[in-house]
Every structure is written in structure tokens, then in C-alpha cells.
Design a protein around this ligand. Sequence first.
Ligand code: SAH
Ligand code: SF4
Length: 438
Amino acid sequence: MESVPPCQTRKKAIPEIMPARATDLVSLDAAAGTPGCSRPLFGLDSSALSARMAEIGEPAWRGKQLSEAIYNQSIAEISAITTLPKSLRDRLAAKGWQIGRPAIVQAFQSVDGTERYLIQCSSPTPAPEPAAGPLPFELLTVEPLTVETVWMPEGDGGDAGDDPGRGPDGDPNNEPRNNEHRNDVAKDWRRATICVSSQVGCAVNCQFCLTARLGLQRNLTAGEIAGQVVAVLDRQRARVGRDRVNLVFMGMGEPFLNYDNFMAAVRLLVHEVGLSPQRMTVSTSGIVPGIERFAQEPADIRPRLAISLNAPNDEIRTAVMPINRKWSIAQVIDAVQQVPLRPRERVTFEYVLLGGVTDRPQDARELARLVRRTGLPAKVNLIAWNPGPGIDYSMPQPATVEAFHQLLMDEGIHAFIRQPRGRDIFAACGQLKRTVEG
Ligand code: SAH
Ligand code: SF4
């Protein structure tokens, strides 16, 4: 398998890997960005919007109108909400309210159709204390605050084998919404996956992951998490309820170390935007208190669960994921067993194949035993390690990946190989790291 050279900058790396259809940097709707937006409406749900309206003497149903405009019609400026009287729009603006939706400011396009975006959020805030212990590297201070989001037409962002088995029209949670304005542009994709970030950087020090090198810079707010999705849906002219768009919370950060904002974003995406939680998958490195809370969430709001297992036993897992010292494999599995799964739902175990470290035949057999012992309806997503500058692992040989996959299937395990997407633009798993070209 071709390996990415240890590159200093993306500009050097891209031409070597993607000679055709070059991308480079595309400047987008930066004007719609929201640096320093202090009163964003985006992120508030219908009832919070109604409360804001009531505070200024407006009827509560104005909140619903605002919600429709912001989340369904993707309107990014208050002045453009023509369902509100002009006098009300002016009053909102005079009081400092803005829609404040995160905006795509740069896009990188891969030869395989994947797009990686830098999305600008509101102004930076101080980083919270890392919950997973001290960071082995310095926190960076970067302005303006951007976060990374990835669009993968035709999958596979980790949803291999995840299709709920019903077409969008048969999915009761996917009723068409009032966003037909997104309907008029020809599209060259039939299904797609958006990979969403939950934090800027990450405090969990997985040894193979580029995002870890950033440390945790800050949690994203609910609006910043949901806003990535709405900004990308808008750019891609996706029609909620018609197009098969899956979300995977597998971008930068550990969603379960930003639990409240993450779940508030899911509620916005389900209740306001109209997406189905059955088309969402959240991935965690195994934050046990987070999994336990997640188990309490109602089924009509709870995304599917993926666990980054990444090793067949505690010894190897601790070496590649030091968080395993805090919560062992057995503790993680205990917590996962508390999650009440929906009919036909499976838990995903993600497994990064690190050449010579986790990709040996004995690892496959031990992994199969481990997965069987859990008694869970489960599937395994195999991810060939994606390289990153300064990370000292090697990619597995393609034949080794195939053999590992075959061994798991021979052992009766549902297993899929996740196809790497957007490696040439550093959009693949574990490669997201706030890229700012110099
Ligand atoms: N923090 C969460 C979600 C983001 S990481 C988690 O760890 O689950 C999403 C997935 O990418 C995880 O399964 C992680 O193990 C995997 N990953 C991280 N770095 C990778 C790399 N360099 N190559 C391949 N997969 C990687
Ligand atoms: Fe964080 Fe996930 Fe990367 Fe681990 S793999 S450092 S939890 S983003």
C-alpha cells in the first residue's frame, strides 16, 4: 500500500498523492462566518427560541418560525428570514442577535470525492481541564477557531453494515422537511456520510492518532457540533428525509468527554433538523461514565454506538491507548452491555490495524474470542492505520488486512474493512488536525 511521506505541509504532500483533479484550498463562504458572535440563535431549540421571542414581547410561535428558518431552510442571516416582519428582524439585529451558524471557510477535495472542511466557529474560549489526566504536550492557541468536518459521498465513514435496512422513504424518522429549496441542484451522490467533530483537539492520548497531538483546545458547543452538519448539508444541497445521509461522530475529539453538548447537538439534529438517530453513530474511546449516561438516553434520540477497541487484550490496548489504564476492556464492555439496543441494532467495535502491533493472526483470533465473549450483537470495523507526520507506526500490508478480515469471518464475526477516504487530504480517520496552510 502506498504510504504517505512524512510531510511537513499539506501543500507538499497533496501533489505526490493526488496528481489528478487537484484541490488545494478553496475559499468558501467566509463572509457568513461568525467570529465573535456573542448572541448566536443557532444552537437554541424551538422552545429556547420561543422563550427568547417571549422576552421581547413576541408570540411564542415566532420561535417555531425561527427554528424553521435556521434549521430547515438553512438561512444564515437574520435579514433574510422573510417569514419574520422586517421590524422584528431589525430589532433582533439591534439587540446583537445573529444566526451565528458555523461556516465553511476552507475546503480540500480528495481524488475520491471526499471533502474536508475547516469550519469556523465563534470566538475561542479557554480549554476545559482535560478529564483524562495531564496532557503530554502543550496546548496550542490558535485563532480563529476552526474545526474539521468531512463529507464522504457514498460512505464509508464507519457506517459499513450500518444501514438500518429501510430506504429513506420507509424510515418514519425521515419525513421530508420544508427544505425543498435544497432540491434544485443536480447531485452526483446517492448516499453520503458526514464525519463530525465534537471537540477541538482531543485529550485522550491515543498513540496512533494525529488529533491527539493537538491536545484538547476546547469543547464545541451544541450549536457548533450541529452547525457542522447543517453547513455541510447546505453546501451539498442535501434534502433531509429524502437523501440518505449518515452522520458519524468520529471527527476530532472524544464525544463522551463533551457529553452534554454532544447530546444537545443530537437533539437539535433530530428534533429541529429532522435527521434520524438511527443514521447516526457515535464513536468513543471507551469513556465508561459517558457510556453509562448514554445507556439512559431514550431510543428515539440515541445514536448507534461504536467503541474504539483497537486491541485484542488489555496489554496491547494500554500500549496504544493509555486511557485503557483508567477503564479496562472489561469495564468498557460492562458499560456497553447496559445500552438497550433497538431491534437489529449492533454495537460496532472499531479496530485500527497497526502493522506488526495489532494485525497478527493471533490478534484476530483473540479479538474474535473477545467479541464473542461479550455476547453482544456486534460487528467489527477494521481500519487500516492512516499515517500521520511524526507518528511511529506502520501501515498494515493490504494482504494482512484481508487475511485478518477473513480470519474474523471464519470465526463467525461480522466484520467489515473500512475503506480509507480522503487520505490524500488528511481527511481519513485519525488524520484530522486543524490544518492551516502556511
Ligand atoms: N475519539 C473517538 C472518535 C474519533 S476517532 C474515538 O476514539 O472513538 C474515530 C476513529 O478513528 C476511532 O476508532 C479511532 O480509533 C480511529 N483512528 C484514530 N487515529 C487513526 C489513524 N491514524 N488511522 C486509522 N484510524 C484511526
Ligand atoms: Fe481522541 Fe479518538 Fe484520537 Fe483517541 S482516537 S486521541 S479518543 S480522537
